[in-house]
Structures are given as structure tokens and as C-alpha cells.
Ligand binder design. Sequence first.
Ligand code: F6P
Length: 537
Amino acid sequence: MLKSSDADTLSTQASRLRDVSISDLLSNEANRVSELTFRAAGLSLDASKQKIDRAACRDLVSAATNAGLPDAFERLVTGVEVNITEQRAALHTLLRGTAAAECPDLYNEVSETLSRMQCAVENIHSGTHTGASGQVFTDVINIGIGGSDLGPRMICRALDTDTPRLRSHFISNVDPHDLDVVTRDLDPATTLLIICSKTFTTEETLTNAQRARAWLVAGGVAEANIGQHVLAVTTNLDAAATFGISETACFPMWDWVGGRYSVWSAIGLVIALGYGWQVFAELLDGAKALDEHTRETPPDQNLPMMMALLELWNTRFLNTETHVVLPYSQRMEYLADFLQQLTMESNGKRVTLTGAPITDATAPVLWGSAGTIGQHSYYQLLHQGNRAFSADIIFPLTNGNVDLDAHRKLAANALAQSRAFLIGRTPQESKTLAAAKGLAPELAPHFEMSGNHPHSTIVMESVTPATLGALVAAYEHKTYFLSALMGLNAFDQWGVELGKVIGKQIRSTLETGEALGELDASTATLATAWRGANTDD
Ligand code: F6P
């Protein structure tokens, strides 16, 4: 945890640097860009447009060392029980083989599962495992929510090609439209379902699984043959069996893998089915390369550690209100959705490991979307609104075999926005612009932009399974390091449980009309309106 003496030092540095001009730092600090660029596993992080100088950077790095971040990482990867409220380790790194020698028994289970996954994928691709009618599968639907959906959905979108092995689809929302729209153009005879639920108790997933099974039956797959069309991934093998899924169609997860850290487990089956086993293996390798970098690299060159220090610096010491993730790659259009769960479900907490209150901001409010689309929407607020934000601009240097002119325009937009966040537009330039438009000088402030918005630029060599694996692992470790600096548990999520409990009570009220009087006046009125619209009584 951040030492209070380091927190005081950083507060002093932040007071000195809060209003510093990042442009001046870039002009005045020789070698600033190279000194503040961190490289690992096909990624580079340029932090030279952050509001830090050499002295602040040195203090951040020594705060990381004093807080024991390297040791904290060792504890994570070697399976110490870091998730104390659920009394378990958080060993997602083992899923890609990191520290396998330290956890040999668990790694045997991982490797056995990977072999089973590979075998299942190859049997489906080769046509050894077909649908009930004997036709090969052409489509796979992943049914899951939260961590059982967001990771594989994001990766499948990022790897999308014209010729997938199987077309991948995702159903998550309990809103029946989600399933109805996804299944509308699919043929049950050639569609495989993967029911992904760590707990196998999640209402949305079980409801969608039942409806998807009914869709298969209505489409001509005999009840007795449903098993040929359904795989499951879960820690709860009994519940899956009760659902009618045989042991051989079930792939285990382990309680020591958090849902939002589970894309590397059998939750990633849809990725392997969509794009081939080799691609999934490369994704794991990319993440492992980043793990090795994180384990072996001293704090002052450690990429995810630096990301965590910058998040701490911006959120806690410079009081930025929000963090925007801007991938200049349509392939990564779901990255912010994925990072929202990773960041906010992990670190959206207000007590330390010992239960003491945390009054400082913990996780940033994280959002974003693929550039350049946001530029024609919310960037206006970024440039001229009065919210303090930080950002990650992410872009691949190469973009596959695509139209180079369009790719150049995309990169130009990424660099232009980064530069605009830096330089803004000065009052003098705004006056000149107003005059050129024939406007009164009083209107010049309408054209002003403060600029000086702290942000990092993350460059990927290209969007490949390996660089994606590395990028996701970098954000995972950033999230964990931040939790270690804050002294909180990044691996539980008690905050989402209350809504589930109340949801059950209200569902029964909507069905029966009973217990309305136990609700508050607003909720009771809304429930009555719903019943009026949906029931005859
Ligand atoms: O919403 C809470 C949560 O528990 C997430 O942490 C998890 O990723 C998601 O629900 C799905 O849970 P499961 O995989 O058990 O269905």
C-alpha cells in the first residue's frame, strides 16, 4: 500500500505540477519522449504527454518500490490468497503458463483443460463433431454476461476476418431481443452454443440458455440430440449437469479465476472456435510475454506498473474525474466495454483489505469508444467542457492488408487528437480566428481550448493475437497494481450482489402483484405500471 510519507511527497509534487504546461515540459526536458516511453511485448507506452516531470516520475517509482509492488506481483502469480473476502487466489496468469513451476498441480489441471479444448476445437473444425443432422457447424453462439462475455466478445471482434473458421455471435442481455436478433439469420442445424457461466447461477445466462435450447428444438434438433449442439464452461459442474449438459461437454473453470480475468480460460473457447487453436495459443503467449516483462523488469521501466502509477497520479493526485479509452482501431471497438468491467468492478471499492474506509478516489470512471467515431460526438466536451480527464489513445502502426490511404487518415486522426489535447487553442489564436470569421472579439472565447489534458499513447505494432494478449494483460496488471497501491481487494464484487437480490424479489412482485406495499412509493408505482401494461388482472 502507498506509504503515507510517499503520499505526502506526491501531493507536494502534484501541487507543483497541477498547472504545469505539458508542452513546456516537452520543449524543456531533453530526451523526455524516450525517457517516458516504456516498451513490452509489442506494445509501447508514450507517457510524455502526462503531467509529470523527472522529479515526479522518480517519486512515483520510489513510491511503487516502497509500496512493494514487485512483491505484490509475486504474490499474485504464485497463488497467494489475494482475494480475501472470497478466500481464494487470483491466478489468471497461470492460465497462460506464468509461474507454472510454482503451482505444478494447478497447472496440470490448466494444461489438461487446454488439451481438451484444443481437441474439441479441432474435432469441430474437422467435422468429426457435427450437429445432430450430420452437418458441420458454421456458427457458434457464446451465451454469457460480464466476464463470461466481454473478453471473448472484444477479442473476437478484434480478430474478425473475412474467413473465420466459425462465425462467432454473442448473447448477453436477458432482454429477449438480444437472442431473437442474434438467432434470426442462423440455422439451428449448424449452430453450436457455448454456455459460459462461472457460477452457473446467473439469471441472464440461464434464461438465455433455456431460450436458445428451445430455439434449437423449434428448429428441428431433437431433444435427445441437443447435447451435440451445446458446450458449457463453468466451475459448477453439478448445475451444468442438472441443466442437461454432460460431463464431456463441460469445460472447467476454477474459483481462483475471477470472471473479468477469465478470457484465457475455457471462456475463450469461442475465440479458438472462431479463429483457430493457433490464434488462441498466440493470445496466451502474448499475455505471458507481458507477464514475464512485469515480473522481471524494474519499476522504472515496468510498463503496467507505470500505467498504474499514472492512473494513481491522475485520479488521486491531479483529481481527474474520468478516464477515456480511445482505440484508433475499429477492431478494438469493444475495448472500453471490456476495460469498464476490469477497472471499475475490480477497483470500484471504498474500503481497504482490513476494512478501513478509503476516502480518496479509487477507480476512475472509465469509458470510451473507437476513434474516430467519438470525435463527432463527445470529444466536444473533452476539448471545451470543464471536466478534468485523462485518456489512453491506442493505435496500431499497421492495420493488415487494408486501404493505406484510409489507414493513414485514421492514424492522422489519432495523432491530431493527441496533439489537440496537448496544445488546445490559445486566446490569441482564438481572437485571430474570430476576426477571420468576421466576429466580434468578445466571441473569441468560443474558440478557445485549454489543451494540456494528460494522456498516454499506446502504440501496438499491429493488432495480432499476441499484441492483444499483451495489451489485455497490461491492463490487468495495471488494475492489480492500482489495487495494491490503494490497499484494496481487486477481485471481489459485492456491490453487484444487492441488485441481484432485489431483482429476484421484484420479479416475483411483477409476476404476482404481491408485496407491492413493501416497496418504496416510486418503485411500487413503476411496478404497477409494468403490471398494467403486461397482465390482464
Ligand atoms: O456481475 C457480477 C458477475 O459476477 C461478474 O463478476 C461476472 O463476470 C458475471 O457476473 C458473470 O458471472 P458468471 O460467469 O458466474 O455467470
